[in-house]
Design a protein around this ligand. Structure first.
Ligand SMILES: Nc1nc2c(ncn2[C@@H]2O[C@H](COP(=O)(O)OP(=O)(O)OP(=O)(O)O)[C@@H](O)[C@H]2O)c(=O)[nH]1
Ligand SMILES: [Mg+2]
Length: 219
């Protein structure tokens, strides 16, 4: 039988971007330290989990992955529902995947909400000598949307851990403030003899609708 999770928080994160940009390999590199040169296009929706530590808290991240070509609305809505963060990925070797970004960015905003934390990921940096998208263009795109840009290589592992951890830390910062204010509210209720229990660890993923802002800046 599976061990019960001892995580303080559970975050759902989604991967999005055109087919072939390397979403599944970023996921397998981060969660299992694996890479495949001949990976097939993802069929349906898959997810993997990993526990990470932030500020002494254990955070279990559930990372969802689907094919970039999977364009059915029914999947889209369920895929993004309750996502607290998204990695929007393009391939620095392929300009068309950069041109598609707006579509993916809007899809996240429309389905996961304005408070979903987003990080822009330019993947395949191991091949940057033949890059088709300039670093500065991608950086400018991200800055205009107030999100962070990072270049990764799922092949040689560069920045993969950092991309996920930056996003997770950002979600944590965003939610920790809300958790603290919820705790304050709980204290106030307790003082009024109101019986109410809040389990911070399991609130985050269930309260995306009550939020207002996220990810304005990265330290
Ligand atoms: N050179 C290089 N190749 C990569 C990298 N990441 C992925 N690839 C290759 O790019 C191809 C597509 O990778 P996937 O991870 O399957 O891409 P995907 O975004 O999941 O594609 P879909 O599931 O179709 O949406 C595979 O041949 C990978 O080996 C990388 O960092 N560097
Ligand atoms: Mg895939």
């Amino acid at each position: 039988m599976a061990e019960p999770s001892t995580a303080d928080y559970i975050f759902k994160i989604v991967l999005t971007g055109d087919s072939g940009v390397g979403k599944s390999n970023l996921l397998s590199r981060f969660t299992r330290n694996e890479f495949s040169l001949e990976s097939r296009s993802t069929i349906g929706v898959e997810f993997s989990t990993k526990e990470v530590q932030v500020d002494g808290k254990t955070i279990k991240v559930q990372i969802w992955d689907t094919a970039g070509q999977e364009r059915f609305m029914a999947i889209t809505k369920a895929y993004y529902r309750n996502a607290l963060g998204a990695l929007v990925v393009f391939d620095i070797l392929k300009a068309s995947t950069f041109q598609s970004l707006e579509q993916w960015y809007n899809e996240v905003r429309a389905n996961a909400g304005i408070d979903c934390c987003i990080i822009l990921v330019g993947n395949k940096s191991d091949q940057r000598h033949i890059r088709a998208v300039l670093y500065d263009d991608a950086k400018r795109y991200a800055e205009a949307r107030n999100i962070q840009y990072i270049e990764t290589s799922a092949l040689d592992s560069t920045n993969v851990e950092q991309a996920f951890r930056t996003l997770i830390a950002d979600i944590y910062r965003n939610w920790a403030a809300r958790m603290d204010s919820m705790k304050e509210e709980t204290k106030a209720h307790a003082l009024q003899n109101t019986v109410q229990t809040i389990r911070p660890g399991y609130q985050a993923a269930q309260n995306t609708q009550n939020s207002n802002s996220c990810c304005g800046s990265f330290g």
